[in-house]
Design a protein around this ligand. Structure first.
Ligand code: DC
Length: 226
């Protein structure tokens, strides 16, 4: 039997450092990278462009089927996301897109519609899949699974620094409230709630630097699977 293409799943709440760590680890391993949150954000952005009501599940499901989402490398070597052919990379990262994505992600038909699109990223020589349900729902057979956490306070602080660097004016208290609300929504939804897979290695990144976390994740990959 052919050996399946290896997958490393990296799940965790927003601000746990998943995105940064996943990208670095994918680069180190020479594996493909799936930013699954970007798919939900892309649908959120497309729904915003179409002026859809976030309470209208039927319209959002149709929007998911109708939205084309493409990834390509930008001139600076960064990952650009095309939504319906338009470069929406910057819009995708806004709090508005994140909040829309979180609401949309609670609709079971939307999650089902995005399943195959996510699985299509599993290409040789391997895939690093970053999200909430990578190890539990999308790639339950992944050879390596990590669940990253960090205290809500530290996550709010990281986000604050990111936004301040971009010149966006926010308060840490406001961000902390948003993070706690999003955590609660993501963890309590009926389909694919945020939780570690039983076989995931948990890494608490509170107080750890990026290099430390990358080293720990690479260590998980170097262990024999299973
Ligand atoms: O990781 P992120 O912040 O880009 O994700 C945006 C939202 O999408 C988040 O609130 C939860 C949802 N999401 C999800 O439900 N499942 C995933 N695999 C990835 C993201």
């Amino acid at each position: 039997m052919d050996t399946p293409t290896p997958v490393l799943t990296i799940d965790g709440p927003s601000g746990s450092g998943k995105g940064t760590i996943s990208r670095i680890v994918a680069q180190r391993l020479g594996w493909h990278y799936l930013d699954s949150g970007a798919l939900y954000r892309a649908v959120g952005v497309a729904a915003g462009w179409a002026d859809l009501d976030l309470d209208d599940a039927g319209a959002l499901v149709r929007c998911t089927f109708d939205t084309t989402i493409g990834f390509r490398e930008g001139e600076a070597g960064d990952l650009r996301v095309l939504v319906n052919g338009h470069d929406a990379t910057d819009e995708l990262r806004t709090e508005t897109a994140g909040a829309a994505a979180s609401a949309i992600a609670a609709i079971p038909e939307v999650r089902a519609a995005l399943k195959d699109r996510q699985r299509a990223f599993r290409q040789p020589p391997g895939l690093v899949a970053d999200g909430r349900d990578m190890g539990t729902v999308i790639f339950p057979d992944a050879a390596h699974k990590v669940f990253l956490t960090a205290s809500a306070e530290e996550r709010a602080e990281r986000r604050y620094k990111q936004l301040k660097d971009k010149g966006v004016s926010v308060t840490i208290d406001g961000l902390l409230r948003e993070i706690l609300a999003r955590d609660a929504r993501d963890a309590s939804r009926a389909v694919a709630p945020l939780r570690p897979a039983d076989d995931a290695v948990r890494i608490d990144t509170t107080g750890l630097g990026i290099d430390d976390v990358v080293a720990r994740v690479l260590d998980v990959v170097s262990r024999p699977a299973g």
